[in-house]
Design a protein around this ligand. Structure first.
Ligand code: NDP
Length: 288
């Protein structure tokens, strides 16, 4: 089914995906299996991480997925975190492991990610899963780009042959997004901070995905008329009134919405899909 409205309602699409996952969990348990189980590791007091973890745990609860929270003090050593990961890897009652990023400076995040069993790596950040995605093999795909692909599928149906531009090349969003788009037979360009003439690259794109971390960088005149714009960015900026802050994406929404055929809002676009895809990955880990 394809949507035709201007605003891509990530909240509604995510709600449908979550309801479907909840149904699959019920069916799994009716067949005698235990509930899927996700271990969530949070180190330190980062306020944004606390909110993300709280939301993920609540989403698990609503889907019938067991979440096991492991909170550790910000002074936790790398060795102790690696120990915890090793115990979770070995625990048959744990299907998926999520270590919330960022980690405190004394801990090498890449070392921790690489220590998670690839079969329990529901974030899809382990090099084995990154390699599986890059080579077109089945594995765990990072939740945010997977959510973006689901939004594109819901909105456009088949995207084969479409010109896609991904702005950003991080391991969490940009690179896996490019691999997913190649897998869906789009023609893919990846831009980054060294790219020349970004507006010109953007104007060619039928599908424009911004994952940069720069508030409202993509302007309306960059957008090809009729394009589909997926805004991954989450940036907190001061309100014009001078009181408090608000969230904006990497795309100037009001300008881009004048030109695009479809666009995700911030908030309410990609964010809810990230959580829904985490549940999808956890269910998949349990089915292994
Ligand atoms: P990173 O900082 O890891 O990567 C940013 C990328 O943008 C880099 O590849 C960088 O290029 C590129 N970049 C920076 N400045 C420019 C520029 N002026 N022109 C072109 N490219 C540029 O960020 P993430 O990928 O982790 O996240 C991107 C955004 O998405 C952030 O706002 C983040 O908060 C948000 N996010 C949202 C999620 C959600 O659930 N909605 C989940 C994850 C992230 P280079 O490699 O050359 O440095």
């Amino acid at each position: 089914m394809t949507a035709t409205g201007l605003i891509i309602d990530g909240k509604a699409i995510a709600a449908r995906l979550r309801a479907d996952i909840a149904q699959q969990v019920i069916a799994r348990m009716a067949a005698g299996a235990r509930a899927p189980a996700l271990a969530v590791v949070l180190v330190g007091e980062d306020p944004a991480s606390q909110v993300y973890v709280k939301n993920k745990i609540e989403a698990c609860r609503q889907a019938g997925i067991t979440s096991i929270e492991h909170r550790r003090d910000t002074s936790l050593s790398e060795a102790d975190l690696l120990d915890l990961v090793a115990r979770l890897n070995a625990d048959p009652a744990v299907d998926g492991i999520l270590v919330q990023l960022p980690l405190p400076p004394q801990i090498d995040a890449q070392k921790v990610i690489s220590a998670i069993s690839p079969e329990k790596d529901v974030d899809g950040f382990h090099p084995v899963n990154a390699g599986r995605l890059a080579t077109g093999l089945d594995g765990f795909v990072p939740c945010t780009p997977l959510g973006c692909l689901r939004l594109l599928e819901q909105t456009l149906g088949d995207i084969s042959g479409a010109e896609a531009l991904v702005i950003g090349r991080s391991n969490i969003v940009g690179r896996p997004m490019a691999s997913l788009l190649i897998g869906a037979s789009a023609t893919v360009t990846v831009a980054h901070s060294r790219s020349r003439d970004l507006p010109e690259l953007a104007r060619r794109a039928d599908i424009l995905i911004a994952a940069v971390g720069r508030p409202e960088m993509v302007r309306g005149h960059w957008v090809k008329p009729g394009a589909t714009v997926i805004d991954v960015g989450i940036n907190r900026v001061a309100r014009e009134s001078g009181t408090g802050t608000r969230l904006v994406g990497d795309v100037c929404f009001t300008e881009a919405a004048e030109v695009a055929a479809h666009i995700t809002p911030v908030p309410g676009g990609v964010g809810p899909m990230t959580i829904a895809c985490l549940l999808e990955n956890t269910l998949k880990a349990a089915a292994h």
